[in-house]
Design a protein around this ligand. Structure first.
Ligand SMILES: Nc1ncnc2c1ncn2[C@@H]1O[C@H](COP(=O)(O)OP(=O)(O)O)[C@@H](O)[C@H]1O
Ligand SMILES: [Mg+2]
Length: 1079
């Protein structure tokens, strides 16, 4: 059967170097170049992935690609980092093997990118769900945070990791991520205070200054201008393709997602700002009397701001920069610092601040991303450590970095080359040994506990007496002189004495990846990593929670006189732990190669790649792979996996597993050279064979699945059919019963209908006959009754009384009336004419009688009442009656007069001696005496006058003197005019031509107008010699004043307070009286 593999299809060069023919370094490079030119950046050596940095983004990391590689066999598709990630993930999930992904290569070769690709692939293919997604997101977002603080632009790489990172991602049994743990290795902290030419400080400084808001910067007391800060190198502050401002936002966002609190972010930024400030603190010498120079801070502003940021007392820090306290055996000695020592202290503080902040960040992230569940979990470790570095000027950091890379190479050799070969021997497989360079000897040169370089450096650092970098180099020169990978000008090994490429203050190590020249300057200091205790104590005193946490040794309560571990030995220990950890896991290798030194795409520098291929030992790798076997598996699992491919082994093989596998292989006719039988394992030479087996197995599984499906379907259909059949019988039985029942019911109801019709017809017929019979009988009875009635009436007519009904009616009415009248006698109201009571009527038909009786009764009781009057009272009432006849409903003043008795003589004229003279002037009996107002025709004002009325005349007299002013005989009065309103004005109009008329008419006003007019009128009525007095009631009348006629007009004015009626002369002919409206 032909095995279709995409790895082999459309292949550019060969996808797997194992297939390279002929195998030589040139053909290896050609293949790499060819593939690189066609954008094929990944190539396999067996299961190892070689990755060439394309230095540009390729469209091969899309979600579609993820889907393509998901759950596919490693060799099935063209080489890709996703294939490796998928293989690792699946073997973790399905075979329960912890994995580690080891990514190696030079700085800038693409390790960090590769690690991110692996992580994103795993995140894309593993489980989904809210909780899981949160974990994934946090794991992925930890990258930007750590990159901002731990990466920097170097000459090799714009985003070079300046720390080592190993991340364990933890999964549960389903393969869902639970969390992770990040370990960091030695941050290159010297970068904080000084950067080589063309390089930058850590990204975060630039990101903060370009990306933070103005407010934030102000809060942090920072300025946006990079050039203000001594610690920031300026020549490459802006990097092409790096948007610091945008990255700052990404970092802040990532910090939030990872779970940093807002105040934690703030503290972190404050620390970053403090480091920048610290760099700006400068010192100047100040001579002391003992001749030494002591350092003083030049400009205290930066110090002040930094102290404010971190909540440190300025004087404490200032002192820590000027003095150093050494404690030894209960003794404290304080020495002053000179300027260079002060600078050293400043830089040490900055480096420590920053590197401790970085370590804190890592542990803070770990706190967020650590797996919550305590259950057993599987682990996938991703190692992205700084790559092998060769700079112009290599120092302690490069030494450490390169040592780490040596160790990684070592583990690669251990696991791929040596282990593999040893296994063949162990398994008794025929094997020709392959030569490869084992770098264990270089590792030993560096890390050997007795005479390794690190051990000697430590020894030098701990030694009493003056220790300098030179004494350290001397020591190396004596001890390592014989080592074949160590070179130094002054070593005992005379062959370098004339080597001018080797300066005196340097030593050179032949690393597996090339020779590196290290300058010893700074080795001792950097290894010591000394921070003066005064500084750490000053930091501990800070009123800033984070700083305090970062400098626990500053706590005076915990003074520890023991020296802290040196940087070198710390690193050695942590690398040792890492290596042990990696060895327990199933390794997956990604070997990154840099195609050129210019960070440029499309350039393939032969020599550079050749060098990398060489030192990475890739050729040996291919050789071992080719000479060896691509795949091996213990017999039991192998038989278990493939036994279905052969009838003899399927379903059970009774004999030993190895024999089973032999039978199986023979049956499958796999060529003998394709595999070997080891002691406990079968070795398969070619991936293709394995793939062939896998393919057969897949097909067989499909056939088996089909078989199972077939049997299951048959069984399912059969049982379904039986069930249907049984059901059908039940349904049919029920249906038949139902149909019969229905038919029977139909017939039954039809019969009933027919029956009922017949019965109805018969009954109706009978009814008709009976009805006829009954009618005949009734007719007979009626006729008989009428006839009898006539007979009886005829006989008894004489005995009937025709008017009995009327009589009874009359009698009843009479009785009712009788009762009514008798009743009325007892219920009659009182005799007072004003009593309005009257009993209720008992019957409606008595309505008319009842009201008439009431009227009669009232008249009768009025008559009775009047009968009691004396003559005088009678006259008074007559007068009142007359007043009512004259004025009722005509003049508004009238109603108010009704209740007032007509007194007549208001002045008591006959009794009052004051009016004696007046009394004597009037000979008649005075009918009325009152004070009136005579209206002056000129101005309408009134003058008080006594008004007397006798049977014969009207007299007007002066009120004070009683002198008669005018006396008018009543016959001369023609008429009286009054208004309709509530005023007391009246005009006495005199007959024309009479003697009194000479002076003209009188216009008077009185409170007793009604009485006056009524009495005037009465006199007219009773006097026989005169005609009746005319009374004219209208609101406008004419008054004759001497010659002129004046019109008096009454108008209704608004109701006026108090004053009442007012009279005004309007013009010659008009006198206007305004009368208040009666409310
Ligand atoms: N697979 C890739 N696709 C595109 N560009 C890449 C890829 N790998 C690396 N690079 C480019 O190379 C630069 C350096 O890669 P990086 O992973 O930081 O190197 P290292 O970590 O090995 O020092 C990246 O910034 C990126 O521009
Ligand atoms: Mg990196």
């Amino acid at each position: 059967m032909e095995v279709k593999t995409s790895l082999l299809d459309n292949m550019i060069g060969v996808g797997d170097m194992v297939l390279l023919e002929p195998l030589s370094e040139d053909s290896f490079l050609d293949n790499l170049r060819k593939r690189f030119d066609h954008n094929e950046i990944y190539t396999y050596i067996g299961s190892v992935v070689i990755s060439m940095n394309p230095y540009r983004s390729l469209p091969i990391y899309t979600p579609d690609k993820v889907e393509e590689y998901r759950n596919r066999n490693f060799y099935e598709l063209s080489p890709h980092i996703y294939a490796l990630a998928d293989e690792a993930y699946r073997s973790l999930r399905d075979q329960d093997k912890d994995q580690c992904i080891l990514i190696t290569g030079e700085s800038g070769a693409g390790k960090t990118e590769a690690s991110k690709l692996v992580m994103s692939y795993v995140a894309a293919v593993c489980g989904k769900g809210q909780e899981v997604n949160k974990v994934k997101e946090q794991l992925l977002q930890s990258n930007p945070v750590l990159e901002a603080f731990g990466n920097a632009k170097t000459v090799r790489n714009d985003n070079s990791s300046r720390f080592g990172k190993y991340m364990d991602i933890e999964f549960d049994f389903k393969g869902d991520p639970l969390g992770g743990v990040i370990s960091n290795y030695l941050l290159e902290k010297s970068r904080v205070v000084k950067q080589p030419r063309g390089e930058r400080n850590f990204h975060i400084f630039y990101q903060l200054l370009s990306g933070a808001s103005d407010d934030t910067l102000k809060q942090l007391k920072l300025d946006r201008d990079f050039s203000k800060y001594n610690y920031l190198s300026l020549d490459s502050a802006v990097v092409n393709g790096l948007d610091d401002a945008a990255n700052f936002r990404t970092v802040r966002n990532a910090m939030q997602i990872v779970g940093f609190m807002e105040d934690e972010v703030q503290s972190v930024l404050e620390l970053v700002a403090a480091v920048l400030k610290l760099g700006n603190i400068e010192f100047k010498p100040e001579s002391r009397c003992n001749g030494t120079d002591e350092s003083r801070i030049k400009d205290k502003n930066d110090l002040k701001e930094m102290c404010e940021l971190l909540g440190i007392e300025q004087s404490v820090l200032e002192r820590a920069f000027s003095y150093r306290t050494v404690e030894a055996k209960m003794e404290k000695v304080s020495t002053t610092l000179n300027v260079s020592q002060a600078y050293y202290a400043r830089d040490a503080l900055a480096k420590n601040l920053y590197s401790r902040l970085f370590t804190w960040l890592v542990s803070r992230i770990n706190e967020s991303i650590k797996a919550q569940a305590k259950t057993r979990h599987k682990v996938m470790g991703v190692l992205d450590i700084y790559g092998f570095e060769i700079f112009e000027d290599n120092s302690f950091e490069q030494f450490i970095i390169n040592y780490c890379n040596e160790k990684l190479q070592q583990i690669f050799i251990e696991l791929t080359l040596r282990e593999e070969q040893e296994e063949y021997v162990r398994e008794g497989i025929e094997w020709t040994n392959i030569e490869y360079f084992n770098n264990a000897i270089i590792c030993d040169l560096i890390e050997n506990n007795q005479n390794g370089i690190l051990a000697m450096l430590d020894e030098e650092c701990l030694r009493p007496g003056t220790v300098t970098d030179e004494t350290f180099l001397d020591k190396l020169n004596t001890i390592c002189a014989e080592h074949q990978h160590f070179e130094s000008r002054l070593s005992k090994n005379s062959k370098f004495l004339t080597d001018h490429s080797l300066p005196h203050n340097c030593f050179r190590i032949q690393h597996y990846a090339g020779k590196v020249l290290y300058r010893v300057e700074g080795f001792v200091d950097k290894n010591n990593d000394l921070l003066y205790r005064d500084l750490s104590q000053a930091m501990y005193k800070a009123n800033h929670s984070l700083i305090k946490q970062l400098f626990p040794e500053g706590n005076p309560a915990k003074v520890n006189l023991k020296r802290p571990l040196t940087a070198g030995s710390q690193f050695k220990t942590s690398v040792g732990t890492l290596m042990k950890n990696l060895q327990t896991k199933n390794p997956n290798y990604i070997r990154c190669i840099k195609p050129n030194d210019k960070k440029a795409s499309h350039i393939f520098t032969d020599s550079l790649v050749r060098h990398q291929v060489r030192y990475l030992g890739l050729m040996e790798n291919v050789r071992v792979r080719r000479a060896g076997y691509a795949f091996r598996q213990a017999y039991e699992p192998c038989l278990e996996r493939y036994k279905m491919l052969c009838k003899k082994t399927w379903p059970h093989w009774r004999g030993p597993a190895r024999e089973g596998v032999e039978v199986l292989m023979a049956d499958l006719q796999v060529p003998a050279e394709e595999f070997s039988y080891g002691r406990s394992k079968i070795f398969i030479r070619n991936p293709r064979t394995l793939f062939f087996l896998e393919e057969r197995r897949r097909q067989c599984l499909q056939d088996l699945a089909t078989l199972i499906q077939k049997i299951y379907r048959g069984w399912k259909c059969r049982s379904q059919f039986l069930l249907l059949k049984q059901s059908q019988i039940v349904v049919a039985a029920w249906y038949r019963r139902f149909a019969q029942q229905k038919k029977y019911q139909n017939i039954k109801s039809a019969t009933t209908v027919v029956q009922s019709y017949t019965r109805g017809w018969q009954a109706r017929k009978l009814l008709r006959e009976l009805k006829y019979q009954k009618r005949c009988e009734e007719a007979v009875t009626t006729i008989a009754a009428f006839w009898h009635g006539t007979q009886v009436r005829r006989e008894y007519r004489k005995f009937f009384r025709a008017n009995a009904g009327k009589k009874i009616y009359d009698f009843t009415i009479q009785r009712i009336m009788q009762k009514y009248f008798l009743g009325l006698k007892t219920t009659l109201p009182s005799m007072s004419p004003i009593d309005k009571n009257w009993p209720a009527r008992p019957y409606r038909f008595l309505d008319g009688v009842h009201t008439e009786l009431r009227r009669i009764f009232h008249l009768w009781r009025c008559k009775k009442y009047r009968g009691q009057f004396t003559e005088e009272r009678k006259a008074v009432y007559e007068e009142k009656l007359e007043a009512s006849e004259i004025f009722k409903d005509k003049k508004a003043l009238y109603p108010s007069s009704v209740s007032q008795p007509f007194k007549g003589d208001y002045l008591e004229i006959s009794k009052n001696p004051k009016y004696q003279k007046l009394n004597s002037a009037v000979d008649e009996k005075v009918l009325l005496a009152d004070v009136v107002n005579k209206i002056n025709r000129a101005n309408g004002k009134g003058t008080a006058r006594i008004f007397l009325l006798t049977k014969k005349s009207v007299v007007l007299a002066d009120q004070k003197t009683g002198q008669v002013k005018a006396s008018v005989p009543l016959p001369d009065v023609a008429s009286v005019s009054v208004s309709t309103q509530s005023d007391g004005f009246f005009a006495l109009k005199l007959k024309e031509g009479s003697a009194s008329a000479v002076k003209g008419d009188f216009l008077l006003s009185s409170e007793h107008l009604i009485e006056i007019i009524t009495k005037l009128h009465r006199i007219g009525v009773t006097a026989a010699d005169r005609e009746q007095l005319n009374i004219d009631i209208s609101d406008e009348f004419l008054v004759q004043f001497k010659q002129d006629k004046v019109c008096v007009k009454f108008i209704q004015g608004g109701p006026k307070n108090g004053s009442g009626v007012s009279c005004k002369r309007k013009n010659n002919r008009l006198l206007e009286v305004s009368v208040p409206t009666t409310a």
